[in-house]
Design a protein around this ligand. Structure first.
Ligand code: PBG
Length: 338
């Protein structure tokens, strides 16, 4: 740029630079940029989360997540079919049970919303992959991820409950179960329970490196799973740690995880990158509710261009090394890419 300019008639003079390398050559046109683009996003990468409740014909928007709904099973089937039509490969189901108790027993009720939705989606949209979230926080009256003994989440009894929930999802026809609880040893126990019951073909996507994050806030609205007291620091990971994430992933792979997940995504791109580089296994990343809500809120204020921010963040997650991206933007992004 000229250092002194007057209006539009700035006189620019310079001696030609003798540059042998001019990186800008590769950015001059859309065609050139497309040729040299390193990271490709595809609808094949996306998994779309759905919140399923009881009742019929119900579709209630989540206040903190515009465009995301709590759906009765019939509406969830409709949404799943629409996602498939957009090119999305899988849905991830969360349940809003009618009943909660202190041990989360509705998590393994075969007639609960998730189990019913799995059967209905596999019947109506058979080529769509159905993944189920396995955790107790949506099912316990206190909103914690496990059974409370002496004011602590008791690991081993909780793992038994999780195995029951995973089994009920597999029995309903889930292709993949995704434990998000962060209890110790749950992958091994779930694998064993599935194999014993004849579900050796059901895959496990482990929320292996799940951080204790502020970005889950809107989800707890959507799933009604905010803890009634305390927090989740005794089991979810400290945001400051990455070596620990590597150990968590290693353990889950040893125990039989087929896919490992890092969650949230945007604040943990370095973790995604290290996990993918070190283990080379199918790696998922979850663009969580707060990441979605931030973009939505800024866009609604006219402060950010939503489609660009959506694609830029999704691309960054893919560039970091994620093979699978779980995102509330899955349908919208798939339509942009179509
Ligand atoms: C636990 C679970 C949570 C999310 C996915 N599974 C909430 C939590 O750990 O508190 C968060 C997902 C999101 O924020 O989008 N069942």
């Amino acid at each position: 740029m000229a250092s002194k300019s007057s209006g539009t008639h700035a006189h620019v003079s310079h001696a030609p630079l003798e540059l042998r390398r001019r990186p800008r050559r590769l950015r001059r046109s859309a065609a050139m940029r497309a040729l040299v683009r390193e990271t490709r996003l595809s609808p094949d990468n996306f998994v779309y989360p759905l919140f399923v409740r009881g009742g019929e014909g119900l579709r209630g928007e989540v206040g903190s997540m515009p465009g995301v709904y709590q759906l009765s099973v019939d509406e969830a089937v409709r949404e799943a079919a629409a996602a498939r039509a957009d090119g999305v490969q899988g849905v991830l189901l969360f349940g809003l049970p009618d009943e909660k108790d202190i041990v989360g027993s509705s998590a393994y009720d075969p007639e609960a919303p998730v189990q019913t939705a799995v059967r209905a989606i596999k019947r109506e949209v058979p080529d769509l992959l159905v993944v189920t979230d396995v955790c107790l926080c949506e099912y316990t009256s206190h909103g914690h991820c496990g059974i409370i003994v002496d004011d602590e989440i008791a690991n081993d009894p909780t793992v038994e409950q999780l195995a029951r929930a995973a089994l009920s999802h597999a029995a309903a026809g889930a292709d993949v179960v995704a434990p998000s609880d962060m209890m110790d040893g749950r992958i091994g126990r779930i694998r064993e329970a599935l194999d014993e019951a004849g579900f050796a073909q059901v895959a496990i996507m482990s929320y292996a490196a799940k951080y204790c994050s502020a970005f889950y806030g809107p989800f707890r609205d959507a799933a009604g799973s905010a803890p009634a007291f305390g927090d989740r620091r005794s089991h979810q990971m400290d945001p400051a740690n990455v070596e620990e994430a590597m150990r968590e992933v290693e353990l889950d792979l040893e125990e039989g995880a087929d896919i490992v997940m890092v969650k949230p995504a945007l604040a943990y791109l370095d973790v995604i990158s290290r996990v993918k580089a070190a283990f080379g296994v199918p790696t998922a990343a979850y663009q969580v509710s707060g990441e979605y809500a931030m973009i939505k809120a800024a866009a609604r204020n006219g402060w950010i261009e939503e489609p660009r921010a959506m694609m830029e963040t999704l691309t960054s997650i893919r560039r970091a090394g994620a093979d699978i991206i779980i995102s509330y933007y899955a349908r919208e992004a798939a339509r942009v890419l179509a």
